[in-house]
Design a protein. Structure first.
Length: 243
């Protein structure tokens, strides 16, 4: 498949890694009718191809997770599970905040907790219990803190993975505040995606004196968003271009 071919150059790197986690920013199924302009759907074969490419875990908590409503979420979760992928930020049994083991060595476990700060869905799927969702407000930060403290009590190290920010601009102060709180709540590293461009790595000194790397935005791995992006050119929608 096109996805498999795109990942071939990365397979040697993946093979040397203790854990390879990808953000699966789509719903699984057929896109018959768009609920809004930007709705992303992918066939089950895309998830099924990931293990052979070296990707063993996927985060499913992102703004496009509900693009095919409840059915898309459930198809994503069941397909990923059948493919043998570790699912982070989503759960069929309603515990998407549970820490997932992504690497284990010498009796030590590295876990990951993932969540999105928003969903594009405007209907019932926006209230699903199958996805980890926490906005940047006080209630959301409280949920994040509880999840990471839970992870810290059961795992030897924890990675916090956040989906948030604004597209094509440096990471926002609001999301960076969430990231710093995640570090203070027990995360040993914080990884953020959604802006689709790379932002610098910063180091946050926690209240208990730990030095925690925050990857403010890791950009894209494999994607086709309809328009290319170059630093001098702010992205524009094709339908808004003057002919």
């Amino acid at each position: 498949s096109a996805l498999t071919n795109a990942l071939v150059p990365l397979q040697p790197l993946f093979a040397k890694s203790d854990a390879v986690i990808a953000n699966y920013e789509a719903a699984t199924g057929e896109l018959e009718k768009k609920a809004f302009r930007l709705a992303y759907a992918a066939p089950p074969a895309w998830l099924e191809a990931l293990p052979a490419s070296g990707i063993k875990a996927v985060t499913v908590a992102n703004n496009h997770a509900c693009d095919l409503d409840y059915e898309g979420v459930e198809t994503t979760l069941t397909t990923a599970s059948k493919a043998g992928l570790t699912i982070i930020g989503g759960d069929m049994k309603g515990d998407p905040w549970a820490p997932r083991t992504v690497a284990e060595q010498g009796g030590k476990r590295v876990c990951a907790v993932a969540w999105t700060t928003f969903l594009n869905a405007q209907g019932g799927c926006a209230r699903t219990t199958r996805l980890a969702v926490a906005s940047e407000n006080a209630e959301g930060r409280k949920r994040v803190a509880a999840a990471l403290q839970r992870a810290r009590s059961t795992c030897d190290a924890t990675i916090a993975i956040i989906h948030g920010g604004e597209e094509y601009v440096p990471q926002t102060p609001a999301v960076m505040n969430v990231a710093r709180q995640a570090a203070d709540s027990g995360a040993d590293a914080v990884v953020i995606h959604h802006p689709h461009i790379a932002s610098p790595v910063v180091v946050h000194k926690t209240k208990d004196g730990r030095q925690i790397p925050i990857f403010a935005s890791i950009g894209n791995l494999v994607s086709n968003q309809g328009e290319s992006w170059k630093p001098p050119m702010f992205p524009v929608l094709r339908e808004n271009r003057r002919l």
